[in-house]
Design a binder for this molecule. Structure first.
Ligand code: ME8
Length: 636
């Protein structure tokens, strides 16, 4: 991608059926990183995220939670907003599909499709997955009529529906793919979706009548607009619609970052809608894989695999989490989240390679100098810096964050090597004037290169570079600009005392953090001791009066009682209360008896019920009623 006059990046707008997890954070962090990079290049940038609030799925979630869809949407939309705030995401807009500014544009798009003669009324009979909010053909379904993504049974839908003539755009879309090889990236996803389009596009059902939580179809409010038509339109309603000023500036350079689960909607439905509406297509659909935990997809609906990005970031910092997610896997394939690799990268790459480089350089500098000396640039180190910038820039522009970081870390390792080879600590011991000069040159070149590499990491590590530049202030404005050749030698203004930006984490602390995060993310344990009401109501309890009590031979703890429970004959009950009560103290006492317990022999004596006692280890009293009741009164 050449330098552009604008940059527009979006995340999917997330469903408000559950709080954000690491997967949502990943997409949002990726978009945030590319927006930060383009802002550093001085490109007018817009980064939009938001929430997808209509549809059957949200209506059903609201009903299940005994609330209204709007209340649920307000509440969960806010959890996304606050998660992004906590994670230091700097979006320019947060769009909600329940906002009037969005609904207006959705109606406009519908009318454009209609004006193109692409909407007709019919009826839809087929499978629907509420989880995906998607229609499925028989051939698409997994065994047992299950949705391939959610592995939940799909439902049969039969209702009147408006249809969109998507089939009409098959050829135009294939041509667009062929003319724009980066329309979907990475390449694997491009090929997959192109062959899907070539296999034939069907018309799409674009309205529903069996629920009401959605945007009504213009002029036919018995129908609500299919939630994906509604949701996809957010990308242009956030720009003020096709007539908006932002649309003109940004749309031509628009990039949708999404997960592979929603590729078809973005790479097939959305471009066909835009073709029909007479609008240009987005520049590219940037598709990533799934984060898994123990190879299981993270999901709002399968809580065992929920990993909470906020708690990790709170304990470890936002930047280490960003670094791990963007460095660990290239954008495209799936990746398995692993706490050990998170800490491994933290320790080796952040604490050692970068953190320690900064620490030791600042300490040495402060030991040897009080002012920043003027020196000339080391040509080789400067060239390495420039190359790293070029490489990292190309990778960030191609959304290859992992490679961008790799190029930056190659530079960081070279700076470490530069220091090791030039041994400033040896130069400092020498009184020779040329060694003094060399010491100044080595230290200043190292610090310039550190400042440079910190600037290259800024899109991914914005909070850490701010800390670095508070210890080693650089010339005005440069911290927020992508470094260019003439900056080298003019960055570092002064050198303060080092404070570790990535403090080392000892093994015990690491283990404690992992245990804490795992406990936090585990689903609340299902209580195993619960019984149902039906179970409880099987127990029959009545009041009784003890008429006789005696010890049982050779059984220290047992008494044999005769208890009147309102029947023709008193019950014989064996009770383990001999250590708490003398037999004579019990005569006439009112107790509560379980009367439908199967008779059992205890030490050879039949027991025809059980009396209820109070106390943990030691018996403190026998359960009774506070008032005197006729024997046999029911206890409920
Ligand atoms: O699909 N790994 O919303 P959604 C990586 N509302 N990314 C993941 C992920 C995982 N395990 N799980 C989710 C919707 N994501 C629609 C979008 S857009 C017009 C409408 C991320 O809440 C990934 O970006 O189900 C995925 O595409 C998105 O969350 C789905 O979020």
């Amino acid at each position: 991608m050449a330098m552009t006059e604008s940059f527009y990046v979006t995340t999917p707008i997330y469903y408000v059926n559950g709080a954000p997890h690491l997967g949502h954070a990943y997409t949002t962090i990726a978009a945030d990183t590319s927006a930060r990079y383009h802002r550093m290049r001085g490109t007018p940038t817009k980064f939009v995220t938001g929430t997808d609030e209509h549809g059957q799925k949200i209506e059903e979630s609201a009903t299940a939670q005994e609330t209204t869809p709007k209340k649920l949407a307000d509440e969960i939309s806010e959890t996304f907003r606050s998660a992004w705030k906590a994670l230091g995401i700097k979006h320019d807009d947060f769009i909600r599909t329940t906002e009037p500014r969005h609904k207006k544009v959705v109606a406009d798009i519908w009318n454009r499709l209609q004006d193109s003669g692409d909407i007709y009324l019919g009826s839809y009979d087929g499978w629907y997955c509420v989880g995906c909010e998607a229609f499925y053909q028989d051939a698409d379904l997994a065994e047992g009529k299950k949705c391939p993504t959610h592995e939940k049974e799909v439902t049969w839908v039969s209702e009147p529906s408006y249809f969109f003539r998507m089939s009409k755009y098959q050829d135009a879309l294939i041509k667009h793919f062929e003319d724009n090889k980066d329309f979907v990236q990475p390449k694997g996803y491009y090929n997959e979706i192109l062959s899907f389009i070539k296999s034939g596009l069907r018309d799409l059902s674009i309205s529903r009548t069996t629920f009401s939580w959605g945007i009504p179809v213009p002029n036919d409010d018995k129908h609500v607009i299919y939630v994906w038509i509604d949701a996809l339109t957010n990308y242009i309603s956030a720009l003020g619609g096709p007539e908006g000023k932002d649309f003109e500036l940004f749309w031509k350079n628009s990039y949708h970052i999404i997960g592979k689960d929603i590729l078809r909607f973005h790479a097939v439905y959305w471009p066909c809608m835009l073709l029909s509406a007479g609008l240009p297509l987005p520049k590219s659909i940037v598709t990533h894989g799934w984060w898994t935990v123990g190879r299981k997809k993270l999901s709002k609906s399968i809580p065992t695999t929920r990993v909470d990005p906020e708690i990790i970031a709170k304990d470890l910092g936002n930047d280490p989490l960003r670094y791990y997610l963007l460095r660990e896997i290239p954008l495209g394939p799936d990746g398995d989240f692993d706490y050990d690799s998170l800490f491994g990268r933290y320790q080796a790459e952040l604490a050692n390679d970068l953190g320690n480089l900064l620490n030791r350089s600042l300490s040495m500098f402060n030991k040897y100098f009080s002012d920043v000396p003027q020196v000339s640039a080391d040509a080789e180190l400067k060239a390495q810096c420039q190359n790293a910038s070029n490489e990292a820039a190309a990778h960030y522009e191609a959304f290859s964050f992992s490679k961008g970081l790799e190029a930056t870390w190659a530079l960081i390792r070279n700076i470490n090597k530069y220091i090791d080879e030039n041994k400033p600590w040896m130069l400092a011991k020498s009184d020779a004037p040329e060694d003094k000069e060399k010491l100044a040159a080595v230290m200043m070149n190292a610090l310039e290169a550190i400042a440079w590499s910190a600037r290259l990491t800024t899109p991914v590590l914005p909070e850490s570079t701010a800390k670095i530049f508070s210890q080693m202030p650089i010339a005005d404005g440069l911290a927020n600009q992508w470094p260019v050749s003439e900056d080298f030698g003019k960055q570092v203004l002064s050198v303060g005392a080092p404070t570790p930006v990535f403090p080392r984490i000892e093994k015990d602390d690491k283990d404690a953090l992992i245990a804490k995060w795992q406990a936090h993310s585990a689903p609340p344990a299902e209580p195993t001791n619960q019984i149902s009401f039906d179970d409880f109501s099987k127990v029959e309890m009545r009041t009784g009066t003890i008429e006789a009590a005696e010890k049982i031979e050779k059984a220290k703890k047992l008494l044999k009682l005769s208890v009147n429970v309102g029947e023709a004959k008193p019950r014989q009950i064996v009770a383990g209360i001999a250590e708490a009560f003398a037999p004579e103290a019990l005569i006439g006492k009112q107790v509560i008896v379980v009367t439908n317990l199967k008779p059992a022999k205890i030490r050879g004596v039949e027991s025809q019920g059980m009396i209820l006692a109070v106390g943990d280890k030691k018996i403190l009293d026998l359960a009774t009623a506070a008032v005197s009741c006729p024997p046999g009164s029911q206890v409920r």
